[in-house]
Design a protein around this ligand. Structure first.
Ligand code: VGL
Ligand code: ZN
Length: 199
């Protein structure tokens, strides 16, 4: 089998009650858990920030969550503090069947650069090593689920397509933040890049 399931950021802080809660984020869990039994290869990603991460509005004087700033690598949305290393918020949702995963990619651990994608940090250059891991295992087709559709799921699927993987996003097992049209923009970018969008 040359397929893998990539489960993006199903963590407490992205679920209701969390610091950067995605509406309905926990609703995806039953389907994600079933999908995890249907793939031989399952990779999880975990947003994993130091407490002084530069994507946090709290680190910018006068910075407000959900506004944008210019970083040396481009525009960066500022977020509420979330997924701080070692906190409850950074843990996977307790109902996620984490035992099925063979690989956990942590991302966003460098204070100066955010990392939405499972493959590259937001400078679009610094690799997480995931592409090499998947290629070494002969994997060519990737299905993406998780949180959030319009940020970490979309950026991961777009990079996957760019890297030559066949990429599908299973939208029913994703939920979006939808900030200023970000979901529509993500859909358009994914369609243009040849990412398959399925229910
Ligand atoms: C995410 C914003 C900040 C995500 C992570 O998982 O989509 N979004 N950090
Ligand atoms: Zn983050």
């Amino acid at each position: 089998m040359t397929k893998a399931l990539i489960v993006i950021d199903v963590q407490n802080d992205f679920c209701p009650g969390g610091a950067l809660a995605v509406a309905g984020g926990d609703e995806i869990l039953p389907r994600v858990n079933v999908l995890m039994t249907e793939f031989d290869t399952v990779v999880l990603t975990q947003d994993w920030h130091p407490a002084d991460h530069s994507s946090f509005a709290s680190q910018h004087e006068g910075g407000a969550p959900f506004t944008q700033v210019h970083m040396d690598y481009g525009l960066q949305t500022l977020w509420p503090d979330h997924c701080v290393q070692g906190t409850k918020g950074a843990e996977f949702h307790p109902d996620l069947a984490v035992d099925r995963a063979q690989m956990i990619i942590r991302k966003g651990f460098r204070a100066g650069v955010d990392s939405y994608s499972a493959f590259f940090e937001n400078d679009h250059k610094t690799t997480t090593g995931l592409a090499g891991y998947l290629r070494d295992r002969g994997i060519e087709e990737l299905s993406f689920v998780g949180l959030a559709t319009d940020f970490c799921v979309a950026w991961s699927a777009l990079d996957a397509a760019k890297l030559g993987f066949k990429a599908t996003v299973l939208e029913g097992a994703c939920r979006a933040i939808d900030l200023d049209g970000s979901l529509a923009a993500a859909h358009e970018a994914m369609r243009a890049a040849g990412v398959k969008l399925e229910a």
